[in-house]
Design a protein around this ligand. Structure first.
Ligand code: PMP
Ligand code: GLN
Length: 390
């Protein structure tokens, strides 16, 4: 079969999330790998979806999304960030953030163009950039003491006149970093200087901890006209299986995204779109409680992994923590994660697939804490009773 695979996919391995969730299913291990909550989102949102299913909302939604969701997204951006958008041509609903990222890259980038991207990167970025036949230019997030920070010197050295697009993720999966004011200013500075379009994946916008606030890059001076912002109901409302996302920005940039998107899915999830509109308008309290609960779960998991000598980073946002398994003598994260179900009945994610720079990610393992407290406690219990050395 491999010889029939199109060349554009030769450098794209199968997604690690499928591989590791299959490993969890096969071994019955606790899945702290793929990032999905083990509890549904708000009941009122499910009821809104049921009402839409029963109420005849079952045919194609308009290509850019149903008007009530586009309007709700615009209201959300205004309320949370003071960003003004015209729902008619500055908001497009997508099949999750994944399609928004793909449509942004395919709609704005030509073969051979350079795309600078924060590294480690969510794996669909790699696939999308390869499928667009663009040239990937990673900009590292590096561990500095107890946290990960954007390497702003590398950013300045990488982004230049050849850069067509800068793809940024904040809050950042998998490092948990939330870009700070200095990092945001550096991104704005290079983007404006080199007239680069910035695509910001903000799917974890509401999952930030210790009183932090997510500040969209689109709100920085000179950035509104060059920034596309992407989010998704999957993370904010715990409906990852619905795959309802959106992209917002200036009409001149949203139009190319829609041009590509219309040929990817055209449209999706018609009855779920009004339910997500309901969530954005009425479930703010759910999101706040979700973030508060996740902060406690973060502390539970990080404290537990720390006691086991796994050296975890306490993330500022997202629902992942990274730990370094070199301290336990492992040659790389992949071998640790392959052994972990047998040793401890737990699955985690090796981060090597998220790096061009194999050395930088070699020993980093990602653990998800978007799980019930009892599940995290059981996982920690199993880990503490296992031999985790190489
Ligand atoms: N971006 C990041 C950083 C993610 O972690 C994920 C995974 N949930 C996505 C995009 C994809 O989001 P969606 O499921 O809405 O396509
Ligand atoms: N975004 C989720 C994660 O990072 C997984 C999404 C997927 O399975 N593609 O774990």
């Amino acid at each position: 079969m491999a010889d029939r695979l199109a060349r554009r996919l030769h450098r794209v391995p199968p997604t690690i999330f499928t591989t590791m969730s299959a490993l969890a299913a096969r071994t019955g291990a606790i899945n702290l790998g793929q990032g999905f909550p083990d509890q549904d989102g708000p009941p009122s949102v499910i009821e809104a979806a049921v009402a839409a299913l029963r109420g005849g909302r079952n045919q194609y939604a308009p290509g850019p999304g149903v008007p009530e969701l586009r309007e709700a997204v615009a209201r959300h951006q205004r309320r949370c960030y003071g960003i003004d958008l015209d729902p008619a041509d500055q908001v497009v609903v997508t099949a999750g953030a994944t399609e928004a990222i793909a449509a942004a890259v395919l709609g704005l980038v030509d073969p051979g163009d350079e795309v600078a991207v924060t590294e480690p990167y969510y794996d669909s970025y790699l696939a999308t950039i390869e499928m667009a036949a663009a040239v990937r230019r990673p900009v590292g997030m590096r561990r500095v003491g107890e946290e990960f920070r954007l390497d702003v010197d590398a950013l300045r050295a990488t982004v230049g006149d050849r850069t067509k697009l800068l793809l940024v993720n904040t809050p950042h999966n998998p490092t948990g970093a939330v870009l700070d004011a200095t990092e945001r200013a550096a991104i704005a500075e290079v983007a404006v200087r080199h007239d680069v379009v910035v695509v910001v994946d903000e799917v974890y916008e509401h999952l930030v901890y210790d009183g932090r606030r997510h500040v969209p890059l689109a709100t920085l001076p000179g950035m509104a006209e060059r920034t596309l912002s992407i989010s998704s109901a999957g993370k904010s409302f715990s409906f990852t299986g619905w795959k309802v996302g959106w992209v917002t920005g200036p009409a001149e940039l949203v139009a190319p995204v829609l041009s590509a998107k219309q040929w990817l899915t055209f449209t999706n999830a018609a009855p779920l779109q009004p339910a997500v509109a309901h969530a954005l308008d009425h479930e703010t309290a759910y999101v706040e409680e979700l973030a508060a609960g996740l902060q406690s779960k973060r502390d539970l998991l990080c404290d537990g992994l720390g006691k086991l000598g796994l050296d975890p980073v306490r993330p500022e946002g997202t629902y992942f923590t990274l730990s370094n398994v070199s301290t336990l003598g492992w040659p790389d994260a992949m071998s640790f994660c392959e052994a972990l179900p047998g040793r401890a009945g737990v699955v985690a994610i090796p981060t090597q697939p998220f790096y061009d720079d194999a050395d930088a990610g070699r020993h980093l393992v990602r653990w998800a804490f978007c799980k019930e407290t009892s599940v995290l406690e059981r996982a920690l219990d199993q880990l503490s009773n296992a031999d985790l050395t190489a």
